[in-house]
Design a binder for this molecule. Sequence first.
Ligand SMILES: [Zn+2]
Ligand SMILES: [Zn+2]
Length: 150
Amino acid sequence: MIKHQGGCHCGKIRYTTEYDPMLVMQCNCMSCRKISGSMTVSAMFAEHEIEITGQCKEYTYPGGSGMPFHRGFCENCGQYVYGKPTAFEGFLGMSLGSFDDPHQFEPKMEIFTDKKLKWLKHDGCIKDSFEEVATEERIMAMMENMDQRG
Ligand SMILES: [Zn+2]
Ligand SMILES: [Zn+2]
C-alpha cells in the first residue's frame, strides 16, 4: 500500500513509497542551501523503498565526508528531488518539498547547526542537534527507527 508520494513541480518525476522515513532531518550546510535554493529537510529511505518514475538528472560533487554526493534533479523544471550521499550507501534523502503532503513530516534531527540561519526557529520537534556532519549518529538513529516502524 502506498504510504507517501511526491514528485517534481512539472510532474515528469514521480515517486511512491510503502514505508515511513527512517529519519527526517534538517541539514543546515551550505551545499544543501545552495542546491535547494533555501533550507533543506530530507526524509531518509532505503533506496529500494522508493519507486521513482521518470529519469532524474544527477549532479555529483565531493560531499562533506569527502566522498561523492549525488543530487537528483528534474531536468525539465529543475526541482531538487533527492540526495544520495556515497557515505550512506543504499539510502536516499528525499527532499521534503517534493512530497505531495510535506506537512506529514517533521524533522527530528538537525546537523551543521554552526551554519544555521540565525532566524530559523523550531517548535520542539527537533530532538537532536549537531554542529557537524554527525554521520555515525545519523546511521544509528536511522537503524533505530527502521526497527521501530515495523
Ligand atoms: Zn519536473
Ligand atoms: Zn547539507
